[in-house]
Design a protein around this ligand. Structure first.
Ligand SMILES: N[C@@H](CCC(=O)N[C@@H](CSS)C(=O)NCC(=O)O)C(=O)O
Ligand SMILES: [Fe+2]
Length: 245
């Protein structure tokens, strides 16, 4: 599945249809996801993990598709780029920023594990997937007759395709056919499934001791943007406009 393709998922009811796009920001290798209920008269939409540098592109696409953006969400406080959520709020009146309460960040809506984020007749569930950063969550499409099947899991950095930031195994309780959409990719992948990652993820297939050894020896450089990105991302990307988060 390429990053510019439209993907349609089946649901048992024809009354709701997920419009889905995977977008990419090259400098930080970040994926942003656009989801909308295309069958609802308002065509309500949300963005997961938008990047400040690609806000114009994302909003232009939303306009082209005739969508109404209602949520600008983050899976976690990113260390490598500044979130676009605050900037989006200054450009699109009525959009609500969303992040987990446990992240300690500011946003209009502070979600907790088990919460549901409704857009039209579709919804995302919030799963706690700690380990990479404080309060990082995975957003999973709903499990119900009117919801798309297989489910889609937006894993942030808890689970990357054939990799991970830092993770626990809560994502792996989802059905094996669940599609996996991470926040980053450094290898040229765009989508995987829970079943594939259980079998082939080179970090998560190891025992705890080997896993610890791998993670302690990643030797990743200090993220170039971390000193700017983290404080900015604690306030939806707008350090000097804290009242507008
Ligand atoms: N070189 C990049 C930062 C790369 C990095 O640290 N990526 C994170 C996710 S962004 S918080 C990570 O967990 N990577 C796991 C891996 O295996 O690469 C920069 O300087 O910005
Ligand atoms: Fe991250």
């Amino acid at each position: 599945m390429g990053s510019s393709e439209t993907t349609s998922f089946s649901s048992q009811s024809s009354s709701s249809k997920l419009l889905f796009r995977q977008l990419f920001e090259k400098e930080s290798s970040t994926y942003t996801y656009l989801l909308a209920d295309a069958s609802h008269p308002d065509r309500p939409a949300l963005l997961i993990d938008p990047v400040d540098k690609t806000v114009e592109r994302d909003l232009s696409l939303i306009k082209d598709l005739g969508l109404k953006l209602i949520y600008a969400m983050n899976t976690h406080v990113h260390a490598d780029h500044v979130t676009g959520t605050g900037l989006i709020k200054t450009k699109v009146p009525g959009v609500k920023s969303v992040i987990s309460k446990a992240s300690g960040s500011k946003a209009d809506i502070l979600i907790e594990p088990g919460d549901k984020i409704q857009f039209g007749s579709l919804f995302l569930e919030v799963r706690a997937t700690p380990g990479h950063t404080l309060g990082c969550v995975t957003y999973v499409t709903g499990d119900g007759p009117d919801q798309p099947q297989p489910r889609l899991a937006f894993t942030g950095d808890a689970l990357l395709i054939r990799g991970c930031g830092r993770t626990d195994f809560q994502i792996f309780t989802l059905p094996k056919e669940t599609f996996v959409y991470p926040a980053h990719d450094y290898k040229g992948f765009s989508v995987s499934t829970v079943g594939e990652e259980i079998l082939y993820n080179p970090r998560l297939t190891k025992n705890e001791e080997t896993f610890k050894g791998i993670m302690e020896n990643l030797n990743l450089a200090y993220p170039k943007m971390i000193d700017i990105a983290v404080p900015a991302n604690m306030v939806c990307g707008l350090q000097d406009m804290t009242s507008k988060v």
